[in-house]
Write a protein that binds this ligand. Structure first.
Ligand code: G4P
Length: 528
């Protein structure tokens, strides 16, 4: 029997982030393949099939052919137990993605070598930086013509503001892609396309091996030697502490589709990252190795199985060990309870878990008691984790029910969906609940809201898009929003907790508000 400490030490919990199409799904499949979790990653064709195989929970997801939800995958490799938090790259579902990052201890950032840093990567990256978690970069698709690798690094440094350290260095790209030079072992790993099977034919050469002239050609070899000199002379030093603090990102070049560079990446990744980190509570830090169990809810997913109208709360275990049927304390509900049917989601399969450890994610059936950010802990050692930030919605609509007789269902539906964190609801000052302002991070969530209210709550709604794009919480507690001097296109609203907020159509009107109201403080993120 392994000890609690052994179990937790071998855990790694990370999220994969990327702009859609950079290759996140493909890389995830290859990683799973090394863990033997699925038989042949190459057999999963195209992202549509792959995504549906993993998270085919909502009807709307099938209709649209995109992934609405994030899933969690676990596999074992070389004595490690690895939890991958898959995040949908689709920009319309980014709030869910943001929250998933709260449950991760590190992130893998996949970048398309032909495109460099893209819009969605920037947003996700910002959240990782906010948490100071290590970010490891995989520059993908080197088997296609890619940008100059120095330009790619510069792009990451300039756009994302993080230093880079290339762990390996590509030799050519596209048809000319010959492999990578490993800066640590000083060896060349040559590339042979192999249709993405697991067994990559590995060929390693020393830099002074005469066969390289033939393998690389005189031209590419000379380029490589020059580039190595440049990197060794001018690049950032490798600094593990800086990596762990999220200030330096180790960069790997490879090709997920052809399975080139994936295993070395995984091996290095496991060394570069740590086992589960301590988590901050309201007044202390929780050590993951503690004997006392603690976890927080980072995601709630309703109706994963429509036949059962179930709702699942996903929790990240932060310390200790979870055992089936153990009694826990739900801090926000101020109640002892037993978590029913704890599950782990493994690719398509959901398995009941008997035990799970700090770093693991479990899903439990929720009758409606949990909210995002809630703490669950051992009744004998009560702690409360800090809330999960609410990310600023960027699209707003006024929503009301068509049939006023359905008022109750409308309120229940919008509130429950808001509790899951899929939408945020606000009210105009002095307005009733029959009409709300809904804010979402991505516009597709409006469709999800409409669809779910119709299908799950039997309420038809009328939705009117509003022109606002920026939302700010008013930090000052003593400010009466009605007395503020605001531009005519600024709207005063409040959230369900009674906090006051302002909606703006432009940065110009935010500046206007700040200029005309001395001492007014506005904040972009809220906290649940
Ligand atoms: P995502 O999850 O980040 O959205 O990306 P995904 O893995 O689905 O990959 C997007 C496309 O890029 C896929 O093409 C995939 O096969 C391809 N791809 C991923 N990694 C590599 C790589 O290393 N090299 C090359 N050449 N291609 C790669 P697809 O599903 O066939 O469809 P399409 O989007 O090209 O139509």
């Amino acid at each position: 029997m392994s000890s609690l400490k052994d179990e937790i030490t071998k855990r790694r919990t990370f999220a994969i982030i990327s702009h859609p199409d950079a290759g996140k799904t493909t890389l995830t499949e290859k990683l799973l393949l090394y863990g033997g979790a699925i038989n042949l990653a190459g057999s999963v064709k195209g992202k549509r099939t792959a995504r549906h195989a993993v998270s085919d929970w909502m009807e709307i997801e099938k209709q649209r052919g995109i992934s609405v939800t994030s899933s969690v995958l676990q596999f074992k490799y070389d004595g490690y137990c690895i939890n991958i938090l898959d995040t949908p790259g689709h920009e319309d579902f980014s709030e869910d993605t943001y929250r998933t990052l709260m449950a991760a201890d590190s992130a893998v950032m996949v970048i398309d070598g032909s495109k460099g840093v893209e819009k969605q990567t920037i947003k996700l990256f910002k959240v990782c930086v906010m948490r100071n978690i290590p970010i490891i970069t995989f520059i993908n698709k080197m088997d296609r013509d890619s940008k100059n690798p120095f330009d790619l690094l510069e792009d990451i440094e300039n756009v994302l503001g993080i230093n880079t350290y290339p762990v390996n260095w590509p030799i050519g790209s596209g048809k000319e892609f010959k492999g990578v030079f490993d800066r640590n072992t000083r060896k060349i790993l040559s590339f042979t396309a192999n249709n993405g099977q697991k067994e990559v034919e590995k060929e390693e050469f020393d830099l002074d091996d005469p066969i390289l002239d033939e393998k690389l050609g005189q031209y590419l070899k000379q380029d490589l030697l020059d580039e190595i000199e440049l990197l060794d002379g001018a690049g950032d030093e490798f600094d593990l502490d800086a990596v762990r603090e999220g200030k330096l990102t180790p960069v790997f070049f490879g090709s997920a589709l052809t399975n080139f560079g994936v295993e070395p990446f995984l091996e290095q990744f496991l060394k570069l990252t740590t086992s589960p980190l301590a988590r901050e509570t309201v007044d202390e830090e929780v050590n993951p190795m503690s004997d006392e169990f603690s976890a927080f809810v980072f995601k709630i997913q309703a109706n994963m199985n429509k036949a059962h109208r179930d709702r699942i709360a996903f929790m990240r275990i932060c310390s200790g060990k979870f055992e089936k049927n153990m009694e826990v304390f739900h801090v926000q509900g101020n109640k002892k309870l037993r978590l029913s049917q704890p599950q782990q989601i493994m690719a398509q399969e959901r398995e009941i878990v008997d035990e799970a450890y700090a770093g693991d994610i479990i899903g439990v059936f929720d009758s409606g008691i949990f909210s995002i950010g809630d703490t669950i802990c051992s009744p004998s050692h009560k702690v409360q984790f800090k809330g999960i930030p609410t990310f600023a919605p960027e699209h707003f609509a006024r929503v009301r029910q068509k049939d006023t007789m359905k008022r109750k269902q409308f309120i229940k539906g919008t509130n429950q969906i808001a509790q899951e964190g899929a939408i945020q609801i606000f009210q105009e000052l002095d307005a009733g609940m029959e009409e709300v302002i809904v804010g979402v991070v991505g516009v597709l969530q409006f469709d999800v809201l409409k669809y779910r209210l119709e299908n799950e709550y039997n309420v038809d709604i009328i939705m009117e898009n509003l022109p606002y794009e920026y939302i700010r919480w008013i930090v000052n507690e003593d400010v009466d929003p009605k007395t503020l001097d605001l531009a005519s296109d600024t709207k005063r609203i409040q959230d369900l907790k009674g906090n006051y907020l302002l909606l703006f159509t432009s940065y110009w009107s935010i500046d206007w508000a700040l200029d005309h109201n001395k001492g007014l403080e506005l904040r972009e993120f809220g906290t649940n």
